[in-house]
Design a protein around this ligand. Structure first.
Ligand SMILES: [Fe+2]
Length: 145
């Protein structure tokens, strides 16, 4: 629960990561993947970079595709077009209304977005749960810190 509160407070900043912070992704992503990543709001981009950092700390031998999948794991939330308070409301009230339902379906929506952007099956595997178990465990740990 504490990590959700911390994430909420951090989401209040509208600062986008600068190019140097995003450079690790820029170096490994295709143009379409990086463009997709840049569609995320500032708070999701910062969260993405933090999760990637924690993921690599936990699984230093991660593949490039796994890192990209982790970086894009929340991209489906873009489709709900909800701000921080809307996301809190969706979390509290569940699937009421189409935008809240979209927010709750963000993982499957994200997989479709990755597919449409030409991401490999190995990138999609982090979102659809078909990646190797060590990568999924490291990702879940990194996302829930
Ligand atoms: Fe996340």
């Amino acid at each position: 629960m504490f990590h959700l509160l911390r994430r909420f407070v951090q989401s209040l900043s509208g600062r986008f990561p600068d190019e140097s912070e995003a450079s690790v992704l820029l170096e490994i992503m295709s143009e379409q993947e990086f463009t997709l990543w840049r569609t995320m709001p500032a708070s999701d981009q910062r969260h993405s970079l933090k999760v990637v950092g924690r993921f690599l700390h936990r699984l230093p031998e991660a593949t490039t595709a796994e890192i990209i999948g982790v970086a894009l794991h929340d991209v489906g939330k873009v489709a709900s077009n909800l701000g921080t308070l809307g996301r809190v409301a969706a979390t509290v009230f569940g699937r009421r209304g189409s935008r809240f339902a979209i927010y709750h379906d963000h993982e499957s929506i994200g997989i479709t977005m990755l597919r449409d952007a030409g991401c490999s099956r190995d990138v999609q595997a982090i979102l659809d749960g078909s990646a190797r178990q060590s990568a999924l465990a490291a990702f879940r740990w990194a996302d829930n810190c």
